[in-house]
Design a protein around this ligand. Structure first.
Ligand code: PLP
Length: 441
């Protein structure tokens, strides 16, 4: 366990000039994170330019699954940088091996992999393929969904009035959203499980009334990340898969965030017993460089002719090589199991805190992705976004780094440390948050 140490005021004297340059030369939209300037990061720790050491509950943004700057990954990058970095879509030594590895570790129906760079590219590509393969035009996603920021991906998003979407319409025609099972704030005012999955019953009604019945695909995150780490009931996902199969509609799972051990399983869908036709992967696939992948059934993946879905940096040798090593480390070092075990411990600690603090309305955990929903009081569940920001700010002051609050109402704290974190280290972070909750209560 490394000592968390804050030795300067925050931001420190060396950080301030960088922040001034950032504020002066970058658009405001760039970031709303706490004012830290990273100098070095390793495992689950971050050192800023002033020498302050933070415990990291962000993993960047759920990227650094094997921990920051893992020495074996750094070595792969160093060695590959000397050989070849980019060769466009000419074959290199690592891209095919990464495709093969992804096919090997995913369910048998997923037998081809297309290597890209960002998560948004994978959701865009999935929808293009689904439309082309089925010859149908409609795509259904869900309220609260986040599938990326490019136009197609954004049009799949499920909060049109949200800051990342409002004012950017009109959106891609033919994309429609249905209610997602946000059980803490059920759109139907029901309680799970006595609700008898009202949301799924409504889904069928939605299909009849809001679509022409010309649906190519349904796309959903396995758990909704940006909406506030919202985990659907297992049966809901099962019902959705069965509906897709019955109606010959493709199921696209967006696991850009939920994959590579984050949820305590290698892939998030393993918790739900479902299998997609197309699977979007990103973030933790490399723990480092921009790498993403669309894994899918060859009958769908091969529908486009050669050269029609390439990408300048997609499958570059550097990214493919580091992703391969990353997957090896995750599997070899038991990081999936560690995420499940430490995540369970943290879920327990925060559930205790929920009993203690009026402002901690809901605690949701799946492996090492957690959500703390901050409210004015438990009875009326009124979201408290200002308080959530204040908690992140105070935690930073004590050496715990978290991402700016997320969620429908901006009131959800995301707990997402690198999967290498030990129980003792996780406990240190929980203790800081306990202190902060005491201060703000
Ligand atoms: C579920 C999900 N899909 C897609 C994306 C978009 O990924 P990227 O920012 O790499 O384009 C994200 C990013 O946060 C995500 O969480």
């Amino acid at each position: 366990m490394v000592e968390i140490s804050i030795r300067t005021e925050l931001p420190g004297p060396k950080a301030r000039p960088y922040l001034e340059v950032a504020y002066r030369y970058e658009p405001r939209s760039m970031s709303d994170q706490v004012p830290i300037v990273w100098r070095r990061a390793w495992r689950c720790y971050v050192e800023d330019v002033d020498g302050n050491v933070f415990l990291d509950f962000s993993s960047g943004v759920l990227v650094a699954n094997v921990g920051h700057s893992h020495p074996e990954l750094v070595e792969e990058i160093r060695d590959q940088a000397d050989r070849v970095i980019n060769c466009y879509d000419f074959v290199n030594e690592y891209r095919p091996l990464l495709a093969q590895k992804l096919v090997e570790i995913t369910p048998p129906n997923l037998d081809k992999a297309f290597i890209l760079t960002t998560g948004s590219e994978t959701t865009e590509a999935a929808v293009k393929l689904a439309r082309k393969y089925t010859g149908r035009k409609e795509v259904v996603s869900f309220y609260g969904a986040f599938h990326g920021r490019t136009y197609g991906a954004m049009s799949l998003g499920g909060k049109r009035s949200g800051a990342a979407t409002k004012g950017f319409g009109p959106f891609v025609p033919g994309f429609m959203q249905a209610p997602f099972p946000y059980c803490y704030r059920c759109p139907f005012g029901r309680e799970y499980p006595s609700c008898d999955l009202q949301c799924f019953k409504f889904f069928q009604h939605f299909v009849e009334c809001a679509t022409e019945g010309d649906i190519a695909a349904v796309i959903t995150e396995t758990y909704q990340g940006g909406a506030g780490s919202i985990i659907p009931p297992r049966e809901w996902m099962g019902e959705l898969e069965a509906w897709c199969r019955r109606n010959d509609v493709l199921l696209i799972l967006d696991e850009v965030q939920a994959s590579f051990g984050r949820t305590g399983k290698l892939f998030g869908f393993e918790h739900f017993g479902v299998t997609p036709n197309l699977l979007c992967l990103g973030k933790g696939i490399s723990s480092t460089l921009p790498v993403s992948a669309l894994v899918g059934e060859s009958r769908i993946m091969d529908v486009l002719s050669p050269g029609t879905l390439s990408s300048t940096h997609g499958g570059n040798a550097l990214g493919a090589r580091v992703a391969l090593k990353n997957i090896e480390v995750i599997l070899r070092d038991g990081l999936v199991e560690n995420a499940a075990q430490v995540g369970e411990h943290m879920a327990g600690r925060f559930s205790e805190m929920r009993e203690e603090f009026e402002s901690l309305g809901d605690v949701r955990f799946m492996g090492l992705v957690g959500a703390l929903e901050i409210v004015r009081d438990k009875a009326d569940r009124e979201p408290a976004p200002d308080l959530a920001v204040e908690i992140v700010r105070r935690a930073y002051g004590k050496g715990l780094l978290m991402i700016a609050p997320i969620g429908h109402y901006g009131n959800v704290l995301r707990i997402a440390p690198p999967l290498v974190i030990s129980e003792e280290e996780a406990e240190a972070g929980c203790a800081i948050l306990h202190e902060v909750f005491q201060e703000v209560s």
